[in-house]
Design a binder for this molecule. Structure first.
Ligand code: NAP
Length: 279
């Protein structure tokens, strides 16, 4: 079985360059089966969230996958309705319980909220859970550069991770460079834009390397030191999605991919979105 390469975070924790995303993966048997298929294929990292409502099924998969817990890297996220110091501590406990775990590898704040009164006390609770060694890696999602700068000015422990929307058609390059300079690992969500990647430079590279459009795109992220969590419920696609470590895009091919940026998100903008209910 091929081993997925790892990125090393600022605190020394090593994290697989590719994990399995689970947004819209059905709870129960489907989620459990996906974890087991993923682990059997070689994945060691799973990305879920409270709001995906599949933590129980993911937890079942973790217990049944046959791999010791300490070899897995499990991420879940705090939903917007649980911001605030005490709420965060309670929401963390509840996620752990649903997953059936005693600690988390990575806990992310799903959205910053529209004011610092939202994310600063929340982050204090993240820091406490990290100090208590209940979480190995604390991080955020959807933090823009100004929000991240403000958090960095107020925190004791800076986030180790920022998970943001990135794909060839939406490349927040300034934010990526800022996070990388601060030694905050960048993770891409929606890394393959649902497989809608039929663009000339991607097609050309796919033909040259005999790879799929998705593989070219995931390789492009990897060469930018961006961790990805592509989602699929299909085992053959799980295997396809990490079979990207036997070729390398040239500088010209990387530059051609940069030209695909349309600066248009597929998801919500962190400057406007703070839904506390289901979406
Ligand atoms: N932090 C955040 O705010 C945030 C927001 C969104 C997502 N996320 C995380 O990021 C993960 C990835 O994002 P995403 O799920 O929105 O989008 P994505 O991973 O870019 O795309 C997933 C879609 O692509 C399809 N797919 C997967 N592999 C494929 C392949 N090899 N060929 C063709 N199609 C393929 C999947 O279909 P099948 O399942 O049918 O194979 C699914 O419909 C999520 O699952 C979640 O864990 C985080």
């Amino acid at each position: 079985m091929k081993k997925i390469p790892e990125f090393q975070l600022r605190n020394g924790v090593k994290v697989p360059a590719i994990g399995l995303g689970t947004f819209l993966t059905e709870n129960g048997e489907v989620a459990a089966r996906c974890v087991k298929d993923a682990v059997e294929s070689g994945y060691r990292s799973i990305d879920t969230a409270m709001i995906y409502k599949n933590e129980e099924g993911i937890g079942t998969g973790i217990r049944e996958c046959g791999i010791p817990r300490e070899q897995l890297y499990i991420t879940t996220k705090l939903w917007n309705d649980s911001h605030g110091y005490d709420n965060t501590l309670r929401a963390f406990e509840a996620s752990l319980k649903r997953l059936g775990l005693e600690y988390l590898d990575q806990y992310l704040m799903h959205w910053p909220g529209l004011e610092e009164e939202s994310y600063l006390p929340t982050w204090k609770a993240f820091e406490r859970l990290y100090e208590e060694k209940l979480i190995r890696v604390i991080g955020v999602c959807n933090f823009t550069k100004p929000i991240m700068k403000n958090l960095l000015n107020h925190c004791n422990t800076a986030p180790f991770v920022n998970q943001i929307e990135i794909h060839p058609m939406f490349q927040p390059n300034d934010l990526i460079a800022f996070c990388q300079a601060e030694k905050i690992q960048v993770e891409a969500w929606r890394p393959i834009v649902w497989g809608r990647l039929d663009k000339e430079p991607i097609v050309k590279a796919a033909e040259k390397y005999n790879k799929s459009l998705v593989q070219i795109t995931l390789r492009w992220h990897y060469q930018r030191n961006v961790r990805t969590v592509p989602k699929t419920t299909h085992k053959e696609r799980m295997e396809e999605n990490f079979n990207i470590f036997d070729f390398e895009l040239t500088d010209d091919e990387m530059a051609a991919m940069k030209e695909l940026n349309t600066f248009v998100r597929t998801g919500e903008s962190p400057d406007e979105f703070f839904e506390t209910k289901d979406f």
